[in-house]
Write a protein that binds this ligand. Sequence first.
Ligand code: ATP
Ligand code: MG
Length: 562
Amino acid sequence: MRDIESKPSNFIRHIIDEDLKNNKNGGRVATRFPPEPNGYLHIGHAKSILLNFGLAEDYNGTCNLRFDDTNPHKENIEFVEAIKNDVAWLGCDWGDQVYFSSDYFDALYDFAVQLIKKEKAYICDLNAEEMRAYRGTLTEAGKDSPYRERTVEENLDLFARMKAGEFEDGSKVLRAKIDMASPNINMRDPTLYRIRHGVVHHQTGAAWCLYPMYDFTHCISDALEGITHSVCTLEFEDHRPLYNWFLDTLETENHPQQIEFSRLNLEHTITSKRKLTELVDNGHVEGWDDPRMPTIAGLRRRGCTPAALREFCQRIGVTKSENVVEMAVLEGCIRDDLNKNAPRRMAVLHPLKIVITNYPEDQFEELEAANHPQDESFGMRKLPFGRELYIDQEDFKEVPPKKYKRLIPGGEVRLRNAYVIRCDEVIKDAHDNVIELHCTYDADTHGKNPEGRKVKGVIHWVSAKHAIEAEVRLYDRLFNHPTPDNSKDGKTYIDHLNPQSLLTLTHCYLEPTLIDATPGEQFQFEREGYYSLDPMHQANNKPIYNRTVTLRDTWAKIEKRR
Ligand code: ATP
Ligand code: MG
């Protein structure tokens, strides 16, 4: 039975509940996710994927993964594979078959012939510019094309010859014959087919020089697959009359219901595939999976989990009102998930060497540390401790600011999971930079609080001899402006790119247990944030760790201060 009680409802679920009550579609629920393989999927698509596959799951229905592949010059097989990979990673199951609109090219052609025979479509010779002029405007009716009254015979003959490759690109199109005076511009004799010579389609090769348009293809594909609820974003609302017109005119066996919801917009990023393509093609980022990208591949490489994305989509909900979600909502979901599920490790990002002068040279011991402060099931690990350690430069101040609780000359601090140390001597280079600290440790302080001493600060450390050297990449917002492609200041989204979106630390030291980290695995580097081992790349034979998210929402503070 349906498992929907636990999930927040929304207007689409209400529609489906109502349909089921009325036994519409014989009680079936069939949805689909129809990406165009002209780029990688982004977080907005994740919302659509989880919505469509989620409905299928909850109502014991089906959800088809269908590639809307009618623009072969912009599409390719790399994108097809990347999309499949991302949908699977989100945990969605499309069953045994992947669908392609191109599977229906023959059927679509026959439907077009039917429209011609019903005198509902004609071949038009107007060029693109003339077509635009004839179309009219929002306030002005369009004009009939001079080719609108061609006979059925002439139209059938021309259409067959278009298919046979007799005409050049742009010289002729097939158009629906609806109403050039319709207040809805989509209904003013929209184009159904255009000619495209010389492109090799990733599925159909060079078989066709005639390609159907989205609006014509989409509704028929839905009908052929027996889709019941065709869920899409609000920009298709004005296309709904056309969706229905095609299916009514063609009297298809199934007539799916198109339902629109508002797309996801996220602050400080963009979710336009065209613009994301530009970021990649013009080298503003390192690729589709650059961890700063709002793509699913980028989020994954950054260390975000499917569970966090699911939680995010639950929290934002499904409505018809346009809004822009704060990045903090997404980061909050990632943080909550990793706080629960990421083991703790120690990593020194800005190393400062310390020598424990009263600890014997070449001696080491192993200290136990919990892998998770709240969850014992994570177990314990052993950390080597010896004479030479690294701590973070930030954890020592020669001239401490007020309330500074960490290490100062002559002061004491606790090393996390280890001993209390005192700083005896500060070693500097010729430019007065601190390069090393000489400290002494108190052998009686492991695991206990030293009596009569105020040791407030606890800092992290690693053994110099055992540490793994790594590159750590700190990511920040890709754009400085909350709505970079709609900033209303005359600037473009490119102008709003954050020049500090990536900070690379090339000499970081990680505790040695991280030798066992698996690609993509996430950790909390204590006191630093959540990090994940880059699944594919290395930097000069060193592992790369990507910062997934900081420990706290540091941006909220910055924005309050403004
Ligand atoms: P394009 O401009 O290339 O058409 P698109 O973002 O619409 O870009 P599609 O591949 O056509 O990309 O999208 C597949 C599905 O994902 C569509 O049903 C679309 O409505 C949905 N979708 C796209 N962007 C978002 C978004 N930001 N939020 C929610 N759903 C989205
Ligand atoms: Mg689209």
